[in-house]
Write a protein that binds this ligand. Sequence first.
Ligand code: ACO
Length: 402
Amino acid sequence: GVDLGKLLAQTGLVTLDPGFVNTAACKSDITYIDGDAGILRYRGYPIEELAAKSNFIEVSYLLIYGELPTQAQYDDFADRIQRHTLLHEDLKQFFDGFPRDAHPMPVLSSAVSALSTFYQDSLDPFDQNQVELSTVRLLAKLPTIAAYAYKKSVGQPFLYPDNSLGLVENFLRMTFGFPAEPYEVDPALTRALDLLFILHADHEQNCSTSTVRMVGSSEANLFASISAGINALFGPLHGGANSAVLEMLEGIHANGGDVDSFVERVKNKEPGVKLMGFGHRVYKNYDPRAAIIKKTADEVLGKLGANDPLLEIALKLEEKALADDYFVERKLYPNVDFYTGLIYKAMGFPTKYFTVLFALGRLPGWIAHWREMLEDPARKISRPRQVYTGAAERSYRSIGER
Ligand code: ACO
């Protein structure tokens, strides 16, 4: 029963830990990672088993409610999500306000932020009915928002969701279909995207999830907190890495496919040159998600008949890096996003859209963490301390005297 935090506060001591490398910000029951052994489990279930046997809706339920659903619970959850996919007609006008070539991530975060204005019955984070409704609304509407952001960027008409379809099928149809034409949903494509969503669904206290928790700790509502999480995911060191990997592979390809000289540039630490999709704060071993995705990339690219020379470059890069002392010493392995871009590209998504797909997958994890935090009686507003390094006290001089 000793509260170490309180005890330390009384001593006046402050720990300095930039990037929270060693500091836990919370206790959590949701996701377990052993970075040295390369283990990832959601609510105790190994990621490999969920990837092989479950689906994204079921995994979302598991993350948010803590247990796998019974058939009746699953049907009810899936049905509620299916019935909330429509966007308010006025929200659609938002998409006209942005430049056509806008990056879809800020479009996504703006639209999610705007949900608080359309659903004012979402502002009380302690009203259980509101929280349930906001949870379902977000899971249902984010794919529609993402598809509309895509349609706007390519100048094509929006498609209303078709509530006879599952979440991933509906998203693919709204993204790639046309209003007057039937859209054949490819089951292999649907399964592959569903699998990628499962693999992205949670990863404990990563940058975006910590952001969701931090914003939520002020008792801001779910939409405001998730909108902040989307903005945190936008950065190239986090969710933006999947786009950055593809740009890196394209750059190497344009340079004649010279993997060796690229790796030399990385090792020489040329400014701005990193092996994107490699390295992780927690995994000091092969990222278990990357292992599953590498297999999927082979299958999906094979099924879609995509013979992508970038896959060959990626495989060579990985082989070279894993045998090189620089990467071995630093324990740098492929992370979840080393191979995802190749799959997204084969599916027809433009590069700058990849991080949106990460956001769709990560959404249930963000929601689960926000809810866990607000249900915790020991919850406190996030308010880190600092070590002040600025000027000592000095006197103001009027502008003419400076
Ligand atoms: N390429 C080359 N060198 C690297 C890489 C990389 N991708 N990642 C880390 N290193 C080196 C660093 O230069 C450092 O070397 P040094 O000790 O000689 O200075 C050492 O490895 C340790 O790296 P840090 O930056 O201290 O590790 P940190 O835990 O802070 O960063 C991060 C982790 C941000 C993921 C980093 O590995 C990186 O930038 N990777 C590339 C971007 C990326 O793929 N991000 C996606 C992460 S997963 C996700 O969000 C889905």
